[in-house]
Ligand binder design. Structure first.
Ligand code: ASP
Ligand code: MG
Length: 423
């Protein structure tokens, strides 16, 4: 008998029929002797619908007064879900009880719409489990010290589930979703993409930060910090498939390199089109330049990703970096307004039609020549690399967005990801 957390995404909760299926699946696990805590998302589309209503009344506004009400509103989708799911579980003959975040309580800080979980009191939940009940807890929401309802950011139910699993020291946290696991790359771009049976937590973190939307990135960070065994699997298998089969399906996120298995050097190709490039030309090459530019950007709370500074010629250099596309206009305005005049240049260029493509793999730590293999594959396709950045387990390039799919396919082939990894 084990304590297990199940998380169901919005699609899995999308209709009463689907909720009934979730209940039957949960009942199967309970009848196999497990204790179950279930964390569902809002029914699909519901959070968007709710937040859309707010926008009809007033455009999004910074400031806690407005954001507090957004959380009050946006969190209700999950309350509907836990009520419905508990009713469905009871209809399956189980004892079930639901809690909103504040009832557990799941305590967070007060950063409305992107709150962080600080602690979870598991006493009530443990008592219910001991009494033979299934406990259903709202995803996405918590409560701050002032008793205000908070939400954890879009996709935050993943983090709720992992945090509950961590607090309760659950044997495993199963994330049931509308894909059947983590893939070598997006199968819509590369039809030959394969599901990974396992992926290390660090690789998952890189892939999540690169826009693989399978898991909210914070949930992966949480799982890593508390070593929560995490599995991503499909909620679209028939609910009555054998539990042994279900328990092994999907992708397991691992924490140690499995010595038994020959790890593929590169596990996946990630990509995103969310960034834009800003270049400042003819900057004097002297100490403090990077700080002058990027300090101003950071002070405006704008996150910078890839950075390059060219070799200087005649005491002048060019400085380029990428930011999120949503921050692009603000970044350029800010630099034009207060930074460029102090640098003695007015030459600024931007490009919003770029994308970033990365190869990710913990095997890169112990192998040389991986980046050059990447560059060769891109050059064979005639793709020009504009920027490069590397970390221990990732190499990223910034290229023209129109070559994105070509690049992803070429890299997927170059690193033999179409073939199953050698055993
Ligand atoms: N319902 C929330 C959202 O749509 C949280 C979640 O689904 O994880 O973002
Ligand atoms: Mg999600």
């Amino acid at each position: 008998m084990a304590l297990i957390v199940h998380k169901y995404g919005g699609t899995s909760m999308g209709s009463t029929e689907r909720i009934r299926n979730v209940a039957k699946r949960v009942a199967k696990w309970v009848r196999a002797g497990h204790q179950l805590v279930v964390v569902p998302s809002a029914m699909s589309g519901e959070t968007n619908r709710l937040l859309g209503l707010a926008k009809e009344l007033a455009p999004a506004k910074p400031g806690d007064a407005y954001l507090r009400e957004l959380d009050m509103l946006g969190s209700t989708g999950e309350q509907v879900s836990v009520g419905l799911l508990s009713i469905a579980l009871q209809a399956e003959g189980l004892e079930a009880v639901s809690y909103a975040g504040w009832q557990v309580p799941i305590r967070t800080n007060s950063a409305y719409t992107k709150a962080r979980i600080e602690s979870i009191d598991d006493r009530k939940v443990r008592a219910d489990l001991a009494a033979g009940k299934v406990v259903v807890i709202t995803g996405f929401q918590g409560v701050d010290d002032g008793g205000n309802i908070t939400t954890l950011g879009r996709g935050g139910s993943d983090t709720s589930a992992v945090a509950v699993a961590a607090a309760m020291k659950a044997a495993e946290c199963l994330i049931y979703t509308d894909v059947d696991g983590v893939y070598t790359t997006d199968p819509r771009v590369v039809p030959e993409a394969r599901r990974l049976a396992t992926v290390s937590f660090e690789e998952m973190l890189e892939m999540a930060s690169m826009g693989s939307k399978v898991l909210q990135i914070r949930s992966v960070e949480f799982a890593g910090k508390y070593k929560v065994p995490l599995r991503v699997l499909s909620s679209f298998t028939p609910w009555d498939i054998p539990i042994e089969e279900e328990a092994k399906s999907g992708t397991l996120i691992t924490f140690e390199e499995d010595e038994q298995m020959e790890q593929a050097v590169v596990s996946g190709i990630a990509f995103n089109r969310d960034e834009a490039k800003v270049s400042i030309l003819g900057v004097p090459d002297k100490p403090g330049i990077a700080y002058t530019i990027l300090g101003a950007v950071a002070d405006a709370n704008i996150e910078v990703d890839v950075i390059i500074q060219n070799l200087s010629k005649d005491g002048k250099t060019d400085f380029s970096f990428t930011v999120h596309r949503n921050d692009y206009a603000r970044t350029v305005d800010l630099l034009k307004g207060s930074v460029l005049p102090t640098l003695g240049t007015d030459r600024i260029e931007g490009d919003t039609r770029i994308c970033k493509v990365s190869i990710v793999g913990i095997g890169m730590r112990s192998h040389v020549g991986i980046a050059s293999k990447m560059f060769r594959a891109l050059s064979e396709e005639g793709i020009n690399i504009q920027m490069i950045s590397t970390s221990e387990i990732k190499t990223s390039v910034v290229i023209d967005e129109k070559y994105m799919e070509l690049a992803v396919r070429a890299l997927h082939r170059a690193f033999d990801l179409d073939q199953p990894a050698a055993a």
